[in-house]
Design a protein around this ligand. Structure first.
Ligand code: ZN
Length: 510
């Protein structure tokens, strides 16, 4: 039976390619953390050059020759029949071929052009956001949208040009599957948001914007990350405009956060969130590094890891039974008159707001739906980029009842479009849904999980995730993995039921 051993030359080649990709990730990480602003043109060229090299390696003659020893390059079928292969080796070939097939559809010239445009757009987006100047960013965005439409044509699609873009982040997912999921969520979330807004009992929240010294916030975040099992021997945390996680190897995983002395929650929850991503990356197989067996399945599954830690753990009462006294010691004057119950209610306040990354669990998915609708309008219906701010603001009004006063608080807030990441946003909501389903299963499997959390013991949850999710890499598809772990396909009811229970109690809804 052919095994991974029979694929050694291919695996060696894939690892070499991954080392270049890791160098690209390091340059990008540096671009968003420490790079001097004057270097942006030179960096754009470095990134574009390396990305072209990677693309060439993914689709070039050497790759074709290596892969064609085991796979029919046109159809993806294994030459000696799939059942004859060891399961891991067959999964590796399936995923490598799927990457190969996708990449081969994009001409190298196109990939270089997209890389250069997005690298140039990045500093312009930062400046436009700082100066509330959408007009400055618009021509860059218009170019990127045109390139993404071209990409969809290269990749091909059956129903919507948005499908192949979405498929890059959530393999197998389509607009046709997402629309009913989002519609049913919206039907449940909008009335819940309204009931909460109308509730006579509202939490005290004035302590949230008291003064919290910035370096103490960072230290507290690192304490929580350590308890979660994030390894600082194999990772670090820095500052950036928009928090993110990137990984060069399971032994080198970088988190970023941002910190504001008058906002306790922004840095804390971004640390916990990015920590969830980081723990996934640190938990991937080192032996599988460079191959699909050492890679994350999809962004939706990646986001399920960050959301599980952020919401199911970080916004739960058991977690704060342990950590609130430590937080109070760290910030004695800001939290002087706050007890655990009012703290827990305060950090779970539901309030329609302008900024997605700072929004609460209940309204968050409405922010995502708005972006999904706008992306579809840009990609499917030719909505001109110049009309984006107006469209954005109108939709905020109708989904959340609030209207941004500036584009910095509106259409310019996210980094994604500047990077050409269309089809990415829906994975945030999928992550929320997967997270709720996985956490429900973790509680089934570990009956004393709440008690452990009350003691600040989070490591068995981390090991459970290592074992059930992280170590498999892309051996299973997201659908297969969720079924294997929970015994059923993606089921949004765990998410909506969980919210109903939690917020009915917090807001004393009848
Ligand atoms: Zn995330």
């Amino acid at each position: 039976m052919p095994t991974l051993d029979n694929l050694k030359p291919l695996i060696t080649y894939l690892k070499e390619t991954q080392n270049i990709r890791s160098a690209i990730s390091l340059l990008s990480w540096d671009q968003e953390t420490y790079m001097p602003s004057g270097a942006s043109q030179a960096r754009a060229e470095q990134l574009s050059g390396l990305m072209g090299m990677v693309h060439e390696r993914k689709v070039g003659r050497e790759m074709s020759a290596l892969l064609s020893k085991s796979v029919d390059l046109e159809t993806g079928e294994l030459l000696s029949g799939i059942s004859s292969w060891q399961e891991e080796a067959a999964a590796l070939l399936r995923e490598v071929w799927s990457d190969y097939h996708r990449a081969r559809q994009l001409p190298s010239k196109f990939v270089r052009e997209l890389g250069l445009e997005t690298a140039l757009a990045h500093p312009v987006w930062i400046e436009a956001r700082q100066n509330n100047d959408f007009k400055r960013f618009a021509p860059h965005l218009q170019k990127i949208v045109a390139l993404k439409k071209q990409e969809a044509e290269y990749l091909g699609y059956k129903d919507s040009p948005y499908d192949p873009l979405l498929d890059e982040y959530e393999p197998g997912m389509t607009v046709a599957q997402l629309v009913p999921i989002f519609a049913s969520l919206k039907d449940k979330l909008v009335p819940l948001v309204e009931k909460i807004a109308a509730a006579p009992h509202q939490p005290k929240t004035d302590f949230l914007d008291a003064f919290y010294e910035e370096s103490a916030q960072i230290r507290f975040g690192e304490q929580v990350l350590t308890a979660m099992g994030f390894s600082f021997e194999c990772g670090r945390q820095d500052l950036s405009a928009h928090p993110f996680t990137t990984s060069f190897h399971p032994s080198d995983v970088r988190l970023t956060t941002r910190v504001d002395a008058h906002d306790l929650l922004s840095s804390l929850f971004s640390s916990i969130h990015e920590g969830g991503h980081g723990i996934y990356d640190q938990g991937l197989s080192e032996a599988g590094f460079g191959t699909p067996l050492g890679e994350a399945i999809s962004l939706g599954i990646h986001e399920s890891q960050s959301r599980l830690w952020e919401n199911s753990v970080g916004r739960s009462l058991p977690f704060w039974i342990h950590f609130f006294p430590i937080l109070k010691e760290t910030f004695p004057s800001a939290l002087k008159d706050v007890d655990l119950a009012s703290y827990y209610a305060g950090i779970n306040r539901v309030r329609p707001s302008l900024i997605r990354v700072e929004s609460d669990e209940v309204t968050y998915n409405l922010h995502v739906m708005l972006r999904f609708e706008i992306e579809r309008s840009l990609i499917e219906d030719d909505l001109p980029v110049s009309e984006l701010p107006e469209r954005w603001n109108d939709m905020m009004q109708s989904y959340l009842g609030v209207r941004p006063a500036t584009d910095s608080e509106g259409v310019l807030q996210d980094i994604h479009w500047a990077g050409g990441a269309f089809g990415y946003f829906p994975t945030y909501t999928l992550g929320n849904l997967y997270a709720a389903q996985l956490f429900n299963q973790a509680k089934e499997d570990m009956k004393d999980l709440n008690t452990q959390m009350e003691k600040g013991e989070l490591l068995s949850l981390k090991s459970w995730l290592n074992d059930k999710v992280h170590r498999w890499g892309r051996q299973y598809t997201s659908d297969e993995l969720i079924r294997r772990i929970t015994g059923e396909p993606l089921n949004p009811d765990y998410f909506t039921k969980g919210l109903d229970e939690k917020y009915s109690k917090l807001y004393r809804l009848s």
